[in-house]
Every structure is written in structure tokens, then in C-alpha cells.
Design a protein around this ligand. Sequence first.
Ligand code: ZN
Length: 171
Amino acid sequence: MVIGHFGVGLGAKKFAPSISLGTLFIAVQWADLLWPVLLLLNVEHVDIRKNNPHFPLDFTDYPVTHSLLMGAVWGLCFGLLYWLVKKDRRSAIVLGICVLSHWVLDLIVHAPDLPLFPGNSPKVGLGLWDYPVLTWLAEGLFFIIGLMLYLKTTRQKTTPENGVCGYWSFC
Ligand SMILES: [Zn+2]
């Protein structure tokens, strides 16, 4: 999933308004932010599929960034770090859930290539990426719901012009 993750980050503001949007976006996208780094370090691996018109990448090995167990571990790390710095238990829990949400949303769209844990794990995925229209509907749904929650929860701090420009430049 792509923009759906950002929808979760936007929507999380309702449950933990004190967390900055930037921190929430890092949390929901942590797996995809770390993944290219581990590719470059040859820790995780991907193949290029030339015969798949919908999605050219074959995620052969990415247990550190995209296994369920490591998603929970990363979520725990994020939550613990946030709690140590801010002493805000509720926000720390929300942040940890945001990190784990990445795996759950990826589960919907990925082919069965998501491991449950590092090592010899079964791989899962519901394969929505094989259906581009449904994929974009799901992405859009997550993003719009998250955006609506965000807009209901927050108020702009600058002039209306700056707020509108900033908002649309983001979208
Ligand atoms: Zn991902």
C-alpha cells in the first residue's frame, strides 16, 4: 500500500493529537523507509519481474522490515522511545500501533510474500495489487477516512491562505 499508510498517519491524530504529523508519517512508513537502506546493505533482497504488468517487483526476502513479528518489535521500539522521551503512554501506544499498521495494510495488497517472522516463515498476502481498480479504491478509502479524521481533529495555526496552500501542496 502507498497513500493508505499516510491515511493511517493522518487518522491517528484523532487518537493522539500531541504527536506531530511528521512523527506519525515516519511511524506508518518505517518499514518502507528502512527497506531501501537494507536493500543497499544487501540485508534484504528484491527481484525485478519483467512479465508482470501490474507490479514489477518480487519481494523475495524482507523479514527485518516486513515480517509481522518485526513490525511488532519496531512498533514496540517506537512506542518505548516515545514514552521515554515524552512520558505519554497513550501516544506511545498509538505510535506503536501505527508502525505495526504498515504490515496489516501491506497484507491487504501484497501477493503472499509477507513473512510472519524472520527465518523459515510462511508467507501471506491477500493480493489486491492484482486488481488495480480495487487497489486504488482501498488506497483512496484509507486516505480519505484518515484525512477526514485529521481535519476534524486539528485546527490550522497559520493564516487561512498559508493553511490552504500547505494543505493542497501536501495533497
Ligand atoms: Zn511496505
